[in-house]
Design a protein around this ligand. Sequence first.
Ligand code: C2E
Ligand code: CA
Ligand code: CA
Length: 626
Amino acid sequence: MSIDSVYILSTTIFMMVFLLIGLMYVIRLKRKLFRLMQENNSFKTLCDIVKTPIWFKDENLKITWVNKFYAKMFDRSRSSIYGLTDKELSPAKLSDGYIRDDLYVKESRKPYVYRENEKSGMWFETTKFPLISDDGTLYGLGGIAFNITAIKKSENLMHSMVYNDYLTGIPNRLFLSVEITKLLSVANETNTKLAVIGIDLDNFKDLNDLYGHSVGNEILKKTAQKLKVYTSGKGMFIGRLGGDEFVVVVPNIKEDEYILQTCEDIRKLINTFYDICESNVTINVSIGVSVYPKDCDNYEDLMRQADMAVHTAKSRGRNCIVFYDKEIGKANFKRINIEMHLKPAIENDEFSLYYQPKVSVDGKQILGFEALLRWNSKELGFVSPADFIPVAEQSDLIVAMSDWVMRKAMVQNLIWKKQYGVIYPVAVNLSAKQIHKSDFLKKALDLINELNYPPEYLELEITESMLMSKDSDSRRSFEQLRSMGVKISMDDFGTGYSNLSYLSSFPLDKLKIDRRFVTDIDTSKGNQQIVNAIIMLAQAFNLSLIAEGVEGGNELKYLQSKGVDVIQGFYFSKPLPPELVYDFVDEVNKGVWINKVHESFTQLDKKYGEKITETEEKQKKNQEEK
Ligand code: C2E
Ligand code: CA
Ligand code: CA
């Protein structure tokens, strides 16, 4: 083979190999291209299937491709969209934001996710992402927006369930905690005051019992609505803590007077007529206020203090406004201390009963005793019933305590009878919780039977507020007890409801005129009018009368002149421990008290006599001078 033919052959082989390699490369490229086109098609098919808008833009933010859903959303053909910018597609209100977001993605080269409330209440979660080639060049942007309306709706529902009160629709305690905490840090930064106004409807429980729960719910809804209307546009917000407890939060306070004014407004607002079961019912409110930063610096204390102030407003006779102060804090501390030590007190036998005599106005006769509970606590020392009874009444402890009192008083009375041969009626104070227990009557009857106690020597003292409820069971219990001879007294008369219809229908024997009307009755015109009215009521309903809290001879004399003939008060005796009771009985039997009453009346007469002479002399002198 010549050199030439070798050259030609090798060149041909080289060419063929070269061509073969080239062919293989082209085939592979074609395959790759085919695969890419296939991938692209699959991707587009997939994009067209999903019911959510997808779009791509070039580096100049002009649309290069959109899926079917996107085109449908704009109600345009795809080809008519290509090459357009957001400015040309959407109103300026929306497109400005879209462009701003796109520029952010372009610059940061990072995906950007946000939620938007498009139109007609639809919500979208949009993700925009940069398109970057292998060599790092940004050649466009892509975007996809998921319709999250359903998720958002359920989120909103959850939010509303978590943060709103189910009954009234206004924010609940959780919402208040979040919002107040936020507002406190704003108040701190801006050096402004924030007030939490606690609102509690007076006697709501009674109304609920009287008219039923659905009426109670209506009252709560109406109250919430009134508060909502009042606070709207004022930068305040409201909430319901539960039950009949509402809160109004007043941020950004510049003048202290504004808080009191707001409280007064709220009081007037709620204190209007509510149309309940075709009758107009007025509802009063007790209001308690705590102010940041004067009273405290955090949410928990603010709420706790407002609550304490509400409690104080309630204990001051309700229907009033109380601002938290350190004294209230101390009183609350005392209440908590009582609460803690009250339960073991029964087990530790720390209670005893004292007895206060009820005496005829002339001091001739003892007509009975009232048993009054005393607590000498190992930890707290002597605690007044005025302090611990309200605490016990908040828990079921009052029931066990009242049962104990009833038994103890009856047993003691039987002991005296055995010792001294005479027996006097003994009165015990009942509590609302006790009389509303289903076994109240059974327990009383069992006790009377067990002790073989003469029922006519038992007197039960109830208060007006216990009768608010339509509880016919307790009425029947009292009717039965009364038919056996037990006496029923209305204690603290005149301090409760003005609705006196029960006087004609409830089984009653006596009215006890409350101490506050007896104090200074000889000089106080207001008290005289009230007591005169009570006397007339007692006569009209054929009830006997007792005046409580008589301390001075002048009060005694006035009451005597009006025909009140049974007296209970320090004038005759303070409540006595059982061992001293019969010393007092002895004194009365020996006529000591007839003399004392007589003496104090003569002294009074003398005093009045002196006064009259003094005035007469003055008048004489004046005339002479003239
Ligand atoms: P209450 O039933 O109105 O009892 C009369 C209260 O007035 C007694 O106070 C008595 O010591 C006081 N008092 C009587 N005469 C005078 C007076 O001339 N001047 C003054 N300043 N006070 C007088 P006490 O014993 O402190 O009881 C206070 C309240 O605690 C009672 O008022 C009653 O509501 C309640 N309480 C006392 N014992 C019991 C009990 O066993 N059960 C229940 N549920 N409550 C009780
Ligand atoms: Ca009483
Ligand atoms: Ca009383």
